[in-house]
Design a protein around this ligand. Structure first.
Ligand SMILES: [Zn+2]
Length: 297
């Protein structure tokens, strides 16, 4: 990879609080909590947490954290997608983790670190709930249910990061692209999203020509359509067959981590979400199409 990474060096902008952010957050009036980590916290605990949460709109290219810089907020994505990138030689960036509605950005805080080791970059525009770092650390100390959910997610994220390291080294671009598309598909809950070759080349750590060839191969097999950065998943099962095993390994790990032990009390009724399970509301292609925008878009 000989890219300069300029497309990933977006100006550091503060996410905009949403106009209706009143601090109460979703769930306060009984509406669904989109982030499944938050949705898994019992209602009573969530009410207290919600007072410290604000809805923010995240836009493609925003940098939430830089390596070596203090973490100011934690983020619980709703429809937004956050990429964790590790940097080499100061300018080469490679995706090591992908976080969407199943998780949280800001895990170092729960492990006692206030500084990020990675760049956290918004790769899919959308809403997220955020909380100031000091408030979050206080809430985390006070809430055992929150600790339980965050530790479970931390385990899943560690599994994802270590599997991604092996994947980047051992698996060919086509199977990695299929895996990345499945991970994105799971999180954005839409068959259509936007992603340019240039951005994908950074995500996969290969040159653009490699992405072009891999995308063309998947398109030839009628698994996706890809035109000027508009990706449509045409054959989900076929894409699963085309992906390397890393996709299933990480998904199984996540699901095992979130399977409740016998006798363990579920958080509450009616609002629980099963993390990456996508059988709750099916596919609504285009109806709430997230803006996963490419660098050149
Ligand atoms: Zn792999």
């Amino acid at each position: 990879m000989n890219h300069t990474g300029h497309a990933l060096v977006a100006p550091l902008r503060q996410p905009r609080p949403s106009s209706n952010g009143n601090g109460a957050g979703p769930g306060a009036r009984g509406e669904a909590i989109e982030n499944s980590l938050l949705a898994a916290v019992p209602r009573k605990e969530y009410r207290r947490l919600a007072a410290g949460l604000e809805a923010v709109s995240l836009t493609f290219g925003e940098v939430l954290y830089e390596p070596g810089e203090a973490i100011r907020h934690v983020y619980f994505p709703n429809k937004s997608l956050i990429s964790l990138l590790t940097l080499a030689d100061g300018h080469l960036a490679l995706e090591v983790g992908l976080i969407g509605r199943e998780g949280m950005v800001g895990i170092p805080l729960v492990l006692g670190h206030t500084v990020s080791s990675v760049r956290a970059l918004v790769q899919g525009s959308g809403m997220a709930m955020r909380m100031g770092a000091a408030r979050f650390r206080k809430e985390f100390r006070l809430s055992l249910p929150l600790q339980r959910e965050v530790y479970r997610y931390t385990h899943s994220l560690m599994a994802q990061i270590s599997q991604t390291a092996a994947c980047n080294r051992f698996h060919v671009v086509e199977t990695r692209l299929a895996r990345w598309l499945l991970m994105t598909h799971d999180r954005v809950k839409s068959d259509e999203f936007r992603m340019t070759h240039e951005f994908l080349s950074h995500m996969l750590g290969v040159r653009r020509v490699g992405v072009t060839k891999a995308a063309h191969a998947l398109q030839q097999r009628k698994l996706i359509s890809y035109h000027r950065g508009d990706i449509t998943v045409l054959d989900r099962a076929g894409l699963e067959a085309a992906a390397c095993e890393c996709y299933e390994v990480v998904k199984d790990m996540h699901e095992r981590a979130h399977t409740r032990a016998p006798g363990e009390t579920p958080p509450r009724e009616g609002n629980g979400s099963a993390g990456l399970h996508r059988n709750d509301d099916g596919m609504n292609a285009g109806t709430n199409s997230p803006e996963v925008q490419g660098a050149g878009a």
